[in-house]
Design a protein around this ligand. Structure first.
Ligand SMILES: Cc1cc2nc3c(=O)[nH]c(=O)nc-3n(C[C@H](O)[C@H](O)[C@H](O)COP(=O)(O)OP(=O)(O)OC[C@H]3O[C@@H](n4cnc5c(N)ncnc54)[C@H](O)[C@@H]3O)c2cc1C
Length: 393
């Protein structure tokens, strides 16, 4: 069967699919899991804020037209010259291909990092990380060895900071529940530069840093990770830091299969796309979300964020609807709606244009964007079902 094939049901692929579904345009959506993951909230899963199932939305719930088909499979290879996608469940032919396979954590070949550290890039990974920390608490109770209560997160970007913020709240609470002392708990955030959160204004970075320190997080700044061993990070400065839990959030890269298919990629495997989000030099292949390298009118490459991914997917879907009605495509223009970083369930920092918000106000903005996203995905029913659980009402 040919037609539009969308690879990946993350923020980008799903936004494109929903736009096509709304207009009754047929497509096939391929994803490795039968659900969409709220990836921007995975730190909440690692900190056991709510049941992990509330961070996964069944794809079946979202599409209503019989024109769409969902295929749960692993994409293995793209055969662009034959217009075929190879999956672990067979081959799919396409006329138009949308690649929205997201990204995975990049380890940049640092020795031992892939083997000895945890990542936070999928629901499964977040659950594994959470279970590991619970096991470490158990081991501490049995052995009293403080290494089991030491946690090191490498990478002071959004992922690392939100995870640390979550754990700075959850871990002391968990130890108190288990009637364990807090003195041996050590939380460390390693970052290669002088300030964390490179994508927000200097003033907000200072607020976020002060808040983490106030809650007992040690900021290990201007230090680069040189490698990892079982239960230790080695730093370029020669230091060796031991911890029972090592997490790596040092950056992301797109999957290898894009490069292997001959698409034009950068050092992070992102495919160079034009103003219509079409891969340069490839016929009827669009790339959106973390997989895409899009350069805006000011020469800036857009960052790999959920916000960019969703806008790209939505725009591409709308362009394909236009094309089905014989209208020309419109160029993609990104609108920055700001950024909110949560530092646990009770505090956050937000930057909306030139305006800043901190504390509970920032979290209200984050809740607002969660609600908007749910409303967009599934309308008021999905919003109510999910949001009730997140608000614990
Ligand atoms: C902890 C954390 C916090 C974050 N916070 C924010 C935030 O506050 N704001 C923000 O804007 N961004 C945030 N991000 C970044 C954001 O999550 C990503 O930029 C966004 O998910 C990218 O969307 P995407 O559609 O490109 O890819 P994804 O959302 O990763 O979706 C890709 C989809 O493709 C599927 N897939 C991948 N490979 C295959 C394959 N081979 N076969 C079949 N299926 C496959 C995956 O299962 C997935 O469903 C955060 C990320 C993390 C990890």
């Amino acid at each position: 069967m040919s037609g539009i094939v969308i690879l990946g049901a993350g923020y980008a692929g799903l936004a494109a699919a929903l736009e096509l579904d709304r207009h009754g345009i047929p497509f096939t959506l391929v994803n490795r899991e039968p659900y969409h993951t709220f990836k921007t909230l995975l730190h909440e899963v690692a900190g056991a804020r709510h049941d992990p199932h509330t961070y996964a939305l069944s794809l079946k719930e979202l599409f209503h037209h019989p024109t769409s088909e969902i295929v749960i499979a692993e994409v293995k290879r793209l055969h662009l010259s034959d217009k075929l996608v190879e999956t672990d469940h067979g081959k799919l032919a396409y006329d138009t291909l949308i690649v929205a396979l997201g990204s995975r954590t990049a380890t940049f070949g640092l020795p031992g990092v892939a083997e000895h550290t945890f990542r936070l890039d999928s629901l499964r990974a977040a659950m594994e990380l959470h279970h590991h920390v619970e096991r470490e608490i158990e081991r501490y109770q049995q052995t009293a060895n403080p290494i089991h209560l030491r946690v090191l997160v490498a990478g002071g970007g959004l992922t690392g900071v939100e995870l640390m913020g979550e754990w700075a709240d959850w871990l002391p609470k968990r130890l108190r529940e288990r009637r364990l002392p807090l003195e041996d708990l050590r939380l460390g955030l390693i970052h290669a530069h002088a300030e964390i959160l490179p994508d927000v204004d200097h003033e907000l970075r200072a607020v976020a840093q002060a808040k983490l320190v106030e809650r007992g997080v040690e900021l290990i700044l201007n230090e680069r990770v040189a490698g990892a061993e079982p239960q230790a990070y080695r730093l370029a400065s020669g230091k060796r830091l031991e911890a029972g839990t090592l997490v790596w959030t040092g950056g992301v890269e797109a999957p290898d299969l894009l490069k292997e298919a001959g698409l034009p990629v950068d050092a992070r495997n992102r495919v160079d796309v034009n103003e219509f989000l079409m891969a340069r030099g490839a016929d009827q292949v669009y790339v959106v979300g973390d997989c895409a390298r899009f350069t805006d009118a000011h020469g800036h490459v857009l960052p790999p964020t959920g916000q960019v991914a969703e806008q790209m997917g939505h725009h591409l879907g709308a362009n394909l609807v236009r094309s089905a009605h014989g209208r020309p495509p419109l160029p993609f223009v990104y609108h920055d709606h700001g950024m909110v970083a949560s530092l646990g369930p009770r505090y956050g920092v937000a930057e909306i244009g030139r305006h800043h918000a901190t504390g509970a106000t920032a979290l209200v903005l984050k809740d607002g964007s969660k609600m908007k996203y749910l409303m967009h995905l599934g309308g008021p029913v999905t919003l109510l079902k999910r949001y009730r659980q997140w608000l614990e009402i």
